[in-house]
Ligand binder design. Structure first.
Ligand SMILES: Cc1cc2nc3c(=O)[nH]c(=O)nc-3n(C[C@H](O)[C@H](O)[C@H](O)COP(=O)(O)OP(=O)(O)OC[C@H]3O[C@@H](n4cnc5c(N)ncnc54)[C@H](O)[C@@H]3O)c2cc1C
Length: 285
């Protein structure tokens, strides 16, 4: 695919210049990170590109336990960073390992994935389960819960996603991610992410997100509620998995039908909850 109608390309070195280039570039101007999605789209509507690579937004930082990821950091750089490896036992690195292939991960950026909001994104359900916040720039910096990106319009318009923050997890927290796919390199038929807060063996709060249903990741709120205050026994986990399978709306596409996906919801939630529980038990004396 090629952008055959492309007339302008700029690579600004500061955020205000990038916003100006976007605003004054005309209707066909788009922000571009790695372009793995944008360029492949081959869209005739795209007449100008504002390349974000010169903005210095590629970094991973441990800020007193909070993991701060610059929006243009490649998936490989996030995955291989020491701070990512230590954050919640490496759950983010394990999830990224399941995204596409090494050549894709070497180019594609975290921000591009979050903004593109493909329903089968593996990053969105985990980052929502981890209660991430994001910073966007539209002339001013603004930080908001990641959910706001998906509750608003289909794409960020006139704004640049600059950073994602994964908050410092309190003691007794663990997270897990599971992806079902037809092959090692295919996108998800269904994916599932969980974060558990515990006090001893008791769950004080849970966040459970299911993606590729085949819609964008959604919370399994009923399942989260069944776990609040519960001992993390096999029965409690089975109960939460049943509740999630009953409440998450699934549909058909070429990767699976609704009934199959509903079964995957139950299996995915069970696996994630068991893994998170076992990780908490491992670190407790
Ligand atoms: C072959 C293939 C396999 C894939 N497999 C998977 C998979 O298994 N799991 C998965 O989750 N994803 C998968 N993906 C999706 C992939 O992760 C995304 O294509 C990629 O993350 C997009 O990042 P990019 O930097 O290339 O974005 P671009 O293509 O540059 O941009 C994508 C969109 O986001 C906008 N944008 C980009 N950055 C910003 C920013 N900082 N602020 C505001 N707007 C921005 C652009 O304007 C554009 O609309 C796959 C993609 C391909 C091509």
């Amino acid at each position: 695919m090629q952008l055959t109608h492309l007339q302008s390309y700029v690579r600004p070195t500061d955020l205000p210049a990038a916003i100006d280039a976007l605003r004054f570039g005309g209707r066909g101007t788009r922000l571009m990170a790695a372009g793995t999605d944008l360029v492949l789209s081959g869209s005739d509507e795209i007449t100008g590109l504002v390349d974000l690579a010169g903005l210095g937004l590629s970094s991973v930082e441990d800020r007193d336990g909070t993991l701060a990821i610059g929006a243009t950091t490649t998936l490989t750089d996030v995955m291989q960073d020491v701070a990512t490896g230590t954050y919640l036992d490496g759950v983010v690195a394990r999830m990224l390992q399941r995204v596409g292939t090494p050549p894709l991960r070497n180019a594609a950026t975290i921000g591009g994935n979050l903004v593109r909001r493909q329903p089968w994104s593996d990053i969105i359900p985990l980052f929502r389960a981890l209660d991430a916040t994001v910073t966007v720039f539209d002339g001013e910096h603004q930080t908001m819960a990641i959910g706001e990106l998906y509750e608003q319009a289909a794409h960020l318009t006139g704004a640049i996603l600059t950073e994602i923050q994964l908050p410092r997890p309190p003691i007794g927290t663990a997270a897990a991610f599971w992806k079902f796919a037809r092959s090692e390199v295919d996108v998800a038929t269904l994916n599932c992410a969980v974060m558990l807060h515990t006090d001893g063996d008791r769950c004080t709060a849970a966040r459970i997100y299911i993606g590729a249903t085949p819609r964008l990741a959604a919370a399994a709120s009923g399942a989260e509620e069944t776990l609040r205050g519960a001992q993390l026994t096999g029965n409690a986990i089975a109960d939460a998995a049943r509740t999630a399978a009953g409440e998450i709306e699934t549909g058909d596409d070429l990767r699976g039908d609704a009934a199959y996906r509903t079964r995957l919801v139950g299996v995915g939630v069970t696996r994630c909850l068991m893994e998170a529980r076992d990780r908490i038990r491992e670190v407790r004396p």
